[in-house]
Design a protein around this ligand. Structure first.
Ligand code: EPU
Length: 430
């Protein structure tokens, strides 16, 4: 495992102007791996998870499981988890602060042990990100909740079946609720659930453990099982990494193939990039080719929404692309209230962007110019790397630990496609 502190002091040097060419393999999904790893807490049997990407968020999840007493090993993308000796129910502040997805420990800990203590996640750089919906499901199921000294204490004697309609569609909220109810043998109904592919991947795992889950539209009917089995699972490919490479291939005027994708998870992203003029060929259900036909980027209009709509996690990358489109684009962010932090950094590179409320108006410019820019969150960092690939001259992207939280070897993969990109310690900047 890599040394996290070392990583925080690195940056990327990018010389723009190379057309990307070649083939790239997409890694397993970060946002599928994290809940699936947490779901191992539901059983006392060994679980094996394959295609888990090597990322800081995966390291943090492993650390959290180990703090709880779980035996975890990670080798070449395979995580082996022996959860038979859990001896703590506390997700400590230092890990929750680093990774909000730590709240996913609540559901399975409550289900198996009837208790969980998790540091309050607080705000994060992309918005408030409340967890009230997670808590409401736990309370409906009979959980007593109190907040003390910065920690949420949850306790339940016997989980009651739940009938609940989510007030907002929440990905980790749905995942936590499903795990919470998965040992309750009476029938529960959840309405207005998130149906992101990562949620469905978790559903597959829970089913293989012995839970009965039926999903119809945005409704889930769950009949749990008090004796859950271990599992062997391969996580789905990362649709956001795939989308990021689609944008990279197209906006650099390149021609690249993406391997290990699930085309059916990329519908709205493929539709939008085609609208912008990209030629996307579906070579197989797990293989795509994207190329530019040489007549630039058409302006587009995007509005983020829950799956199957356009993902908020692709908004920043598309914005970089719109910066050099032939005309004015509009991007409306409907999921998070503060997810335009990349705008100020893109402006440093010459982008013409104006934000009003939840909408960014982007007037395409002829070229971006390289600059020193700061990563503020994971997807914002990716957007700056993309901008650097097409900017004139050198771009230095700092604080790339954000990038390392969620993209496996992004710099090495881009280098393999012909990008001039180098990872260096920050003190190397002259
Ligand atoms: N919300 C509430 N109450 C809740 C839960 C959510 O008001 O109890 C609100 C949030 O504040 C937000 C909206 O509902 O405005 C959607 O939030 P959601 O809960 O769906 O987000 P999340 O589960 O915390 C996951 C991904 C994010 C991704 C979002 C939306 C993981 C680990 N994280 O977050 O991924 O942006 O869903 O699709 O699955 C990323 O990978 O860069 C990332 C941020």
């Amino acid at each position: 495992m890599r040394n996290t502190t070392l990583y925080t002091s690195e940056c990327l040097f990018i010389e723009g102007g190379q057309r990307l060419k070649g083939s790239v393999r997409i890694s397993g999904s970060k946002n599928a791996s994290l809940p699936v790893m947490m779901s191992s807490l539901l059983t006392d049997q060994v679980c094996e998870i394959h295609e888990v990407p090597h990322l800081l968020d995966v390291e943090s999840t492993i650390e959290l499981l180990q703090v709880l007493g779980v035996d975890v090993s990670y080798d070449g993308g395979c995580v082996r988890i022996d959860p038979s000796k859990v001896n703590s129910f506390v997700a400590p502040d230092n890990i929750v602060r680093r990774m909000r997805a730590s709240v996913l420990a609540m559901g399975p800990l409550l289900a198996r042990f009837g208790r969980a203590v998790v540091a309050m996640p607080g705000g994060c750089s992309i918005g408030v990100r409340a967890i009230d919906q997670h808590i409401k499901v736990f309370e409906k199921g009979g959980t007593f909740v109190r907040v003390e000294h910065g920690y949420i204490h949850l306790e339940v004697e016997r989980i009651k079946p739940v009938e609940y309609t989510f007030e907002v569609v929440t990905v980790t909220g749905t995942e936590n609720a499903l795990m919470f109810l998965s040992r309750c043998e009476k029938r529960s109904i959840l309405r207005n659930i998130a149906v992101e592919p990562e949620v469905i991947d978790l559903v597959e795992v829970l089913k293989s453990m012995g839970v009965s889950i039926e999903i119809e539209g945005r409704t889930a009917i769950i009949k749990g099982n008090a004796e859950l089995k271990g599992f062997d699972h391969k996580v789905i490919p990362d649709r956001i990494e795939a989308g990021t490479f689609l944008v990279a291939g197209f906006m650099t005027g390149g021609d690249i193939e993406l391997e290990n994708v699930r085309v059916e998870h990329l519908g709205s992203v493929i539709e939008k990039i085609r609208e912008a003029g990209a030629c996307v060929e579906i070579l197989a259900p797990d293989k795509l080719r994207v190329r530019s036909e040489g007549d630039g980027i058409r302006p587009i209009s995007i509005s983020t929404s829950e799956y199957p709509g356009f993902p908020t996690d692709m908004q920043a990358q598309f914005m970089s692309m719109c910066c050099i489109a032939r005309g004015s684009s509009e991007i409306t962010e409907n999921i998070f209230e503060n997810r335009f932090q990349h705008v100020a950094e893109l402006q440093r590179m010459g982008a013409d962007i104006h934000v009003k409320g939840r909408t960014a108006f982007i007037r395409g410019v002829k070229k971006l110019t390289g600059a020193e820019v700061f990563s503020t969150d994971l997807r914002a960092s990716a957007s700056l790397v993309l901008a650097g690939l097409v900017a004139e001259g050198r771009t230095i992207v700092r604080e790339i630990y954000h990038l390392d939280r969620g993209y496996e070897k992004l710099d090495e993969k881009l280098k393999g496609l012909g990008a001039l990109i180098q990872r260096r310690p920050t003190f190397d900047i002259t």
